[in-house]
Design a protein around this ligand. Sequence first.
Ligand code: GLP
Length: 237
Amino acid sequence: MKWIEAANYEEMSKIAATIFKEQLKLVKTSVFGMATGSTPEGFYKELVKAYQAGELSFAEAKSFNLDEYIGIMPNNEASYHYFMDENLFNYIDMKRENIHVPTGNPKEIATATAEYDAAIAAAGGVDIQLLGIGVNGHIGFNEPGTAFELETNMVELTQSTREANQIYFDTIDDVPTHAITMGIRTIMNAKKVVLLISGASKQEAFDRLRSGEITTDFPASALHNHKDVTVIYTGVK
Ligand code: GLP
C-alpha cells in the first residue's frame, strides 16, 4: 500500500485526478471504477476541467460505479446516478452506453447483481477503482462484517452509515435501509485502487487502515491484500 499525504483537499483531488488522466492518456479504452460521496467531488472537478481544456477525451472509456441506494430512482437528487451526472457525466464525452451505475430499482435487484459483475468482466475488468471510506471503514457500501469473497450484492445499511449519509436526505426515515454495492471481491479485482481519505471525521478509519490489521470488521482492510493500492490522504495524521 502506497501512502501519499496531500497538503490539502485540492492537492489530494489533483494527485488522484493525475493518476486517472495518465491512465486515460495511455489507454483510451480504460475502464474506471467510480465512487460517490463528498470526498471525490474535487477529483471530479479536476477531470471535468481537464476534459474542457481539451487535455483528454473519455469517448472510448467506460465506467462502473460502486453502489446505489435501493428504492431511490435516478431522477432523485439523493441518488448516486444523479450525483454522478451532476459531478461528472453531464460534463464529459463518455458515451451513455459506457456509463454504468448499479440499479436502485427494487424490481431489478434479483438479476442486477450478477449482471453487474458480468458487465465488468465483459468490459475487461476495472483498470483503476476510485474509493472513499466510510467512518466505520466501509468501502462502497460493504459494511463491517461483510465477507471478503462477495461480489456485487444487496446489503442492509448500518444505522451509523444511514446517519452519516442523512445530510443528503430530509429526515433519517428518508435514508434507504438497503443498497446495492460492488462486493469486496469485485473491488479487489480492479487492477489498481486509489483510495481517498479526507478530514478529521476519518481519523479513526485512517488509523485502523494504517495499523495493517486485516479483518472483516473493517472492510477497507481487505485492500492490504491488493498489490496496487494508493492511499491519498489529507486532514488526518
Ligand atoms: C457512502 C458511499 C461510499 C463513500 C462513503 C464516504 O457511504 N457509499 O462509497 O466512500 O459514503 O462518503 P464521504 O466521502 O462523503 O465521506
